[in-house]
Design a protein around this ligand. Structure first.
Ligand code: F3S
Length: 401
């Protein structure tokens, strides 16, 4: 063991605080050793990218059965909407049991049962300068770049372990020098909406792979949803845990600061052509669709309002199912302002606590979907997916054949 541990950390490592905390500490120490960290640092919050899958079940039950309990607020990712699904679909009993046990175990370790992949919007919001441990593709870059807190690109397990111990090994993005820009991205096109940010994120992540892109040329302040989409897509097609949009993100106001005096490794220009190229790459089918899946990442209230506006007074085709995934917190607000009612009267569903990456969607394994999210298409549990703007998804769902 190369890390220097304080007395209490050693006691936890030796099992004096119970087996659950010991297992969490063993994982953190192993990660710290792998990254040559010298010590642990405190975290003020964590987000575990939980899922209703066996690997997640194994680790969270290991900690829960060993008596571990979160020392700092630790939110959770989508798993399974127990009440909603049981009425609609025949989920294989094994899959349903795994998901239920995962949710029960997270409850036992005292996690925040947000079951949302955008907890940084409501249930678990880091402040500027906080040291945290966040997993989940949109969450890590959003927390680093938009909020100005510091997190590495955690896994569900390392984030949960950090939440239980209240610490994480000090390496990577916890150091200022590792937060410097690597690639200069000159955006030479007008980004019109959230979908353009989706395409931009997809293209940038794919081009640079691993790195910290610094984007210039964006003249309009991106809104929250545009930033969420850029984060989610760049950290799926690539490994982008941090980025800068000069003029709008928090940690650097000019190129000198963003690159910390160094030169970029590479310079990339993004025009309309690159966005169109990204769009074309995402089209893998033109087959008739069976369902529309929105809310990957989980939709915000504003996005649900837009869906309701597009569906006002409309009726969905009988042969197309229409899903909007969001958090329980957001759904309450969308119910209060009548949006859920509008979507349901049109024939759609607003569903919480789950997402397309969960085994409960296995019912769609032979079906063709349509989504506004390349991430949804990438993690699909269905046959094929068309990736289009929200308006096109809605129009396709309501259009007469
Ligand atoms: Fe969120 Fe699930 Fe998509 S975690 S980003 S809705 S695959």
């Amino acid at each position: 063991m190369g890390m220097h541990l304080k007395k209490e950390e050693e006691q936890i490592f030796d099992g004096e605080f119970g087996e659950g905390m010991q297992k969490a500490m063993e994982l953190l120490v192993a990660i710290g050793d792998a990254y040559d960290a010298e010590k642990m640092i405190s975290v003020s919050r964590a987000h575990a990218a939980s899922s209703g899958q066996e690997g997640d079940l194994y680790f969270v039950e290991l900690l829960a059965n060993g008596g571990a309990c979160c020392r700092v607020p630790t939110s959770t990712n989508p798993v399974y909407d127990v009440e909603y699904f049981d009425d609609l679909f025949e989920i294989p009993k094994y899959e349903a049991d795994v998901a239920r046990r995962v949710m029960e175990a997270y409850k036992r370790v005292g996690a925040i049962m947000s079951w949302s992949c955008i907890p940084y919007m409501a249930e678990n919001i880091p402040l500027y300068g906080e040291t945290v441990a966040f997993s989940e593709s949109s969450a890590t870059p959003y927390v680093n770049s938009v909020l100005g807190a510091r997190t590495n690109r955690e896994a569900a397990q390392s984030a949960l372990a950090a939440g239980v111990i209240g610490k994480t090994p000090e390496y990577g993005l916890h150091f200022k020098e590792n937060r410097k820009g690597t690639h200069l991205i000159r955006v030479e096109t007008v980004l019109r909406d959230e979908f353009d940010y989706t395409l931009l994120g997809y293209y940038v992540g794919k081009r640079i792979g691993y790195g910290v892109p610094v984007l210039t040329g964006i003249s309009r302040r991106p809104n929250t949803e545009e930033l969420i989409n850029f984060c989610a897509m760049s950290n799926v097609s690539g490994a982008v845990s941090m980025f800068y949009i000069l003029g709008f993100t928090i940690e650097a106001s000019n190129l000198e600061e963003a690159f910390q005096g160094d030169l970029p490794k590479d310079k990339i220009t993004v025009t309309d052509h690159e966005l169109k190229q990204a769009y074309c790459e995402l089209q893998t089918t033109s087959e008739k669709i069976d369902f529309v899946m929105l809310g990957c990442p989980h939709y915000t209230l504003k996005q649900i309002e837009e869906v309701a506006r597009l569906l006002q007074g409309k009726k969905m085709r009988k042969d197309v199912a229409f899903w909007v995934c969001t958090s329980a917190t957001t759904k309450v607000l969308a119910e209060r302002n009548g949006c859920v009612d509008v979507i349901e009267r049109a024939g759609g569903h607003v569903i919480v606590d789950t997402c397309i990456d969960e085994p409960c969607w296995i019912v769609y394994k032979d079906k063709v979907g349509m989504t506004d999210s390349p991430k949804c298409a990438y993690y699909r549990r269905f046959k094929e997916a068309r990736v289009e703007r929200l308006q096109d998804c809605v129009e396709t769902a309501i259009r007469e054949k």
